[in-house]
Ligand binder design. Sequence first.
Ligand code: GDD
Ligand code: GTP
Length: 424
Amino acid sequence: MLKAVILIGGPLKGTRFRPLSLDIPKPLFPVAGLPMIQHHIEACVSVPNLKEILILGYYPASELTQFVAAMVQEYKINIRYLQEFMALGTAGGIYHFRDQIRLGSPEAFFILNGDVCADFPLVEMLEFHQQKGNKPLMTMLTTEATRQQSVHFGCIVQDRDTHEVTHYVEKPSTFVSTLINCGVYLCSLELFHTIATVFNARQQEYYNDGAGNGKEVIQLERDVLMPLAGTGRLFAMPTNNWWSQIKTAGAAIYANRHYLELYRSHSKERLVERGPAAGDGSKCSIIGDVHIHPTASVHHTATLGPNVSIGSNASIGPGVRIRESIVLSGASIANHSLILHSIVGRLSSVGQWSRVEGTPCDPNPNKPFAKMDNYSLFNSDGRLNPSITILGCSVTVPPEVILLNSIVLPYKELTRSFKNEIIL
Ligand code: GDD
Ligand code: GTP
């Protein structure tokens, strides 16, 4: 039997994802029509003999109750949210809830960072882990990054033949390796002994000299992976599958596109059939991959795609054109408006003949293995870095305006056009 743990952090995390994480916890932000971590859950559910998924974070339980109940109903598997009393770090929560994880003696358990998106090769990881016999305490998923970008991740040095991790550095200050940690692990239960050693050493320090605020905080990367490297018990499984982090709102658009593409192979029913508008008015024009929630209404003269997700109860008027964007539930886009590289928040409305446009922040297509750059909001001149346009929830955009590379905070009623601005 197997289990999985999804790490979702809490309200202090995901600040780069604002304003989209202001009204909904970031892990529940919909990408390709599903809450971000539902994609993790789907990947876990497809692993044979995986019996329980534990979601670990420090969001108030009330913010996840409804989601968890819906997931249990949909996938008919045990899923629970376990709330940390404070931010315990990426391994602190796992240690705190060790009894829950060990319950039923799973042979191994997955750990997935909630803020990554991927075509998760979990079954392959399991086979890889099992092939290594009793040796591995942990198998981590790894992928290639560019030299420059690798230092923003955990970096792995491995034995090429055995895939044993010989050296690991978390976000090094100088180049170590282009093999990076994807934040997806498969662990044997024995790993708890290793974490216990770290935990006990922390407690000892605290009682000896009062040092170590947050004595329960344990970071998986620094406190567990770094010492485990070179012991012969940590392995890295490389993947060429699509993988990315979701740190910024721009990354959500990128993830949206890839998850929609994955639907083509395993969930075709979630995509709208491509093609021109139907003469009988039953269907709008669809280009490429598009997901439309069954409760959304889209006028037959609208054109959507490629890479568009339309949320529940959204309404898309006549002549509207939407491309590379996410329109969240209850939003309305009036006649002949254009939405490009943007996220339209819940219950927001865009007036007719308006143009809402952002700048894509995709990985550099000319560099092999390039990942997304998680640029900060402002550049060194204090100006906003061009990025996707984001309308927070319940924003009103008037008719006949242009909104370019801007971020609009929730509940704003705009009265004119804006370019490269944050509208507070
Ligand atoms: N439950 C819980 N408690 N979850 C947490 C906590 C905590 O105290 N702190 C962080 N997390 C969750 C976050 O929500 C996120 O999903 C994941 O753990 C990773 O946390 P970060 O601290 O944001 O790390 P990172 O994303 O910068 O780097 C990690 O992931 C990279 C891959 O995306 C590292 O593992 C890197 O080595 C790795 O390359
Ligand atoms: P390519 O497909 O890359 O050639 O883009 P494009 O130069 O045709 O246009 P752009 O990327 O600016 O816009 C994408 C789509 O939106 C095109 O199909 C345009 O016809 C359509 N479009 C552009 N501006 C407007 C507008 O103001 N209103 C509406 N309704 N559609 C528009």
